[in-house]
Write a protein that binds this ligand. Structure first.
Ligand code: HEC
Ligand code: HEC
Length: 284
């Protein structure tokens, strides 16, 4: 009997503590007490915890990626050019400071001079391809071909050896030979649109910043019309007969199809446009 009573007290206390914790969390969220500013740092403990979670996630996600040889010096040179174009503003480089954007971010993007010490090549590839959620590290999958991402990884293998003068030499315009593989779309004969890839691309081209789209997480926005039921509409933007091919055309040549429309031309690649059109056509 006594034992049962003890168990009951323990259970009631546990439930009570759980409820108190949940209510405190709700109160903190809704009162606005949490300081969301990027000028206020995380506690060291929070920072370390987030960093460990990020590291473990990248290791796990990248575990099965096969690494190509990274020894061709042209790869590193091409990587240097693209690093100078796309990464320096946030990460800086030997003798080059981060821009105001990089300096103002939370978490602060570090110089990648020691990245080789912390990450295997396949992990660097994964980080650059997919980006890191909730940090501001962008995903490059939709802007760079796989070969171009490996070029960047090859460059990061050489980065620790470069001083400011060598970095400046490496990034002189016209030094690297152009990449073999470009981001060109697959030929029409071999290409079958990929609905799931299209769904993911909707986020990578900011579509969900203006449209509410079923199946895509986002805020409730009304800048563009909601895309629910897009597969069953007769017209696109009131001008073009609705079909997957015309949807892809709308996405790649928005301003030619309807000059002056409020929807910007977003530089969607031909392949991505066909994948997105395939997804939108499934919406009932
Ligand atoms: C808009 C700013 C921005 C740009 C542009 C950017 N990054 Fe990042 N990057 C970040 C931020 C923020 C982090 C996360 C830092 C953290 O959590 O410690 C990060 C993290 C990384 C990491 C993990 C590094 C580590 O050890 O913490 C790598 C590798 C990386 N970036 C490579 C690149 C490459 C290569 C490019 C260019 C193709 C690039 N980044 C462009 C902001 C940027
Ligand atoms: C800056 C805001 C903005 C962004 C980003 C944007 N759109 Fe739009 N979109 C609009 C507006 C505004 C319209 C209405 C255009 C009109 O009717 O002239 C529109 C119209 C459309 C239509 C036609 C809808 C209908 O009811 O006929 C489709 C489909 C569409 N957008 C898809 C996309 C996709 C896919 C993306 C991403 C690649 C995208 N949009 C990005 C603002 C945006």
């Amino acid at each position: 009997m006594r034992k049962n009573k003890q168990l009951l007290i323990i259970a009631v206390t546990a439930i009570g503590l759980g409820l108190t914790a949940a209510l405190t969390a709700v109160a903190v969220v809704y009162s606005g007490a949490y300081d969301i500013s990027a000028t206020r740092q995380h506690w060291q403990a929070t920072h370390s915890l987030l960093e460990i979670a990020m590291r473990q996630s990248v290791r796990q996600q990248a575990a099965s990626i096969e690494e190509p040889a990274l020894t061709d010096p042209q790869m590193a040179l091409r990587g240097a050019a693209s690093f100078h174009d796309k990464c320096v503003q946030c990460h800086g480089a030997p003798g080059v400071a981060q821009s105001a954007i990089g300096l103002s971010m939370q978490p602060l993007p570090g110089p990648l001079v020691d990245a080789k010490r912390h990450w295997r090549p396949r992990e660097l590839y994964w980080v650059v391809r997919h980006g890191i959620k909730m940090t501001g590290m962008p995903a490059w999958q939709y802007r760079l071909a796989d070969a171009e991402i490996w070029d960047l990884v090859a460059f990061m293998q050489q980065l620790p050896q470069l001083d400011a003068m060598q970095y400046a030499q490496w990034t002189r315009p016209g030094l690297a030979t152009p990449a073999r593989e470009s981001h060109a779309p697959a030929s029409a004969a071999t290409f079958t649109p990929d609905v799931e890839r299209g769904r993911q691309a909707l986020h990578q081209y900011a579509c969900s910043a203006c449209h509410t789209i079923p199946g895509v997480t986002g805020s409730r926005v009304h800048v563009g019309p909601p895309l629910k039921g897009m597969g069953t509409r007769t017209l696109i933007a009131g001008t073009l007969a609705n079909s997957p091919a015309n949807l892809a055309l709308w996405l790649t040549a928005t301003q030619q199809v309807k000059p002056g429309t409020a929807m910007p031309q977003l530089g969607v690649s031909s392949r991505d446009a066909q994948d997105i059109a395939a997804y939108l056509s499934t919406l009932r």
